[in-house]
Every structure is written in structure tokens, then in C-alpha cells.
Design a protein around this ligand. Structure first.
Ligand SMILES: C[S@@+](CC[C@H](N)C(=O)[O-])C[C@H]1O[C@@H](n2cnc3c(N)ncnc32)[C@H](O)[C@@H]1O
Length: 187
């Protein structure tokens, strides 16, 4: 009797939980956007940039936060930083939310389109997205972010913006760079 019950529970769990979750995550990876993350070695570099600029307790938006790895790693380096990750693939948002509880309310992940995101309150935006996003994204950030706010991009860059700083990740190939931009005051 107990064995039959156990077998039933395992079968139930397998078919109604594990397989759907597996299929969902696979579909999400296949049809979600680019599935790569900011290198772990870039995280202390970004933490240092933010600390040096007095932004270690500011509000950072990670536009296209994937499964939240970068946001969580940065939050561990900068315990006062508030981070919101925005991602348009459902499973990735769910996965990120499962990652975050130990970091409390200062790290949050939301489902949404980065182009529809309100960036006006952000002190910092981080973007690691396909290069073709950067022209349109640049226009949005320039129009909506507050003057003086910082924009960081990793490996990819804004074609028509002048960075205030470019930091090479130590010991890594030349492409491994963090570009730092500052939103200008309207003329
Ligand atoms: C290359 S990953 C970067 C992950 C993370 N920001 C990092 O630095 O490690 C880019 C993520 O952006 C998401 N993405 C692409 N277009 C998006 C959009 N319009 N709105 C929200 N997320 C988007 C993709 O699904 C993908 O998970």
C-alpha cells in the first residue's frame, strides 16, 4: 500500500511538475532572447566603478536581466545597491525570483519589455544586449533618464555616444570591456 502510494506520488510529481517545468525552461531558452551573461570577472570592475562614483547605494536597472545571475552577483558585492532586473522571458523571471530571496527587497525582478520600462528614477542602467539594440535604446535612455545618470554596457556599446570611461577587464581579451556613459543635461 505504502509503496503504491509512493509510486503514485513520484509519478504525479514527474509528469505534472518536472516534465512541464523542463519543457517550459527549454522553450524559454530556445525562444527567449540571447542567453549569455556578464562575466563574473566584470562584476568587481562594475562594483568598483559604482563605488568610486558614489553610486553604491543607488538604484540600478538591469535591462534584460536573463536569469538574474549578474544582478545577484553585483548585489552580493554592493550590499546597499538596489537592483531591478527587467526581462521579457517568463521562465527567466521566475528563475531570477527564486534566486533573490536571500537578498531581501533590494533585488527585484519583473517581467516586462525594456523599451516600455520607466527609467526616469534609475541612477544607473546596465545593458548587455545585442549590439543592434543600442541605437534605439540610446535614444530612449537619453530622452528619459535624469541628467547625470550613469549607463553601463558590457562588451557592446552605444554607436553615437562618447563614453566617459572604458574599463578593460584585467587579464581578459580586448573585447571584455565595460563602457561607462553619463546622460547629458538637455541643451
Ligand atoms: C545577454 S542577456 C544579459 C543578461 C544580464 N543583463 C547580464 O548582464 O548578465 C540579455 C537578456 O535580455 C532579454 N531581452 C531581450 N530583449 C528584451 C526586451 N525587449 N525586453 C526585456 N528583456 C529583453 C533576453 O531575453 C536576455 O535574457
Amino acid at each position: 500500500m505504502a509503496v503504491t502510494l509512493l509510486f503514485g506520488l513520484v509519478t504525479f510529481f514527474y509528469f505534472l511538475v518536472l516534465i512541464p517545468v523542463y519543457l517550459w525552461s527549454t522553450a524559454d531558452s530556445l525562444w527567449g532572447g540571447e542567453d549569455y551573461v556578464t562575466s563574473k570577472k566584470a562584476v568587481p570592475v562594475i562594483a568598483e566603478i559604482l563605488t568610486r562614483r558614489g553610486l553604491d547605494s543607488s538604484l540600478l536597472l538591469d535591462l534584460g536581466s536573463c536569469r538574474g545571475k549578474f544582478a545577484v552577483q553585483l548585489a552580493r558585492k554592493l550590499p546597499k545597491l538596489r537592483i531591478v532586473g527587467i526581462e521579457n522571458a517568463h521562465f527567466r523571471v521566475l528563475f531570477s525570483k527564486l534566486r533573490a530571496p536571500f537578498l531581501g527587497s533590494r533585488v527585484n525582478f519583473v517581467y516586462g519589455d525594456l523599451y516600455a520600462t520607466d527609467v526616469s528614477k534609475a541612477d544607473v542602467v546596465h545593458a548587455y544586449l545585442p549590439q543592434e539594440y543600442f541605437e534605439s535604446l540610446g535614444k530612449k535612455l537619453r530622452a528619459e533618464m535624469k541628467p547625470g545618470a550613469l549607463v553601463l554596457s558590457y562588451r557592446v556599446f552605444f554607436p553615437d555616444w562618447e563614453p566617459v570611461e572604458v574599463v578593460q577587464i584585467p587579464g581578459e581579451p580586448p573585447v571584455e570591456k565595460v563602457f561607462v556613459y553619463q546622460v547629458a543635461s538637455p541643451i
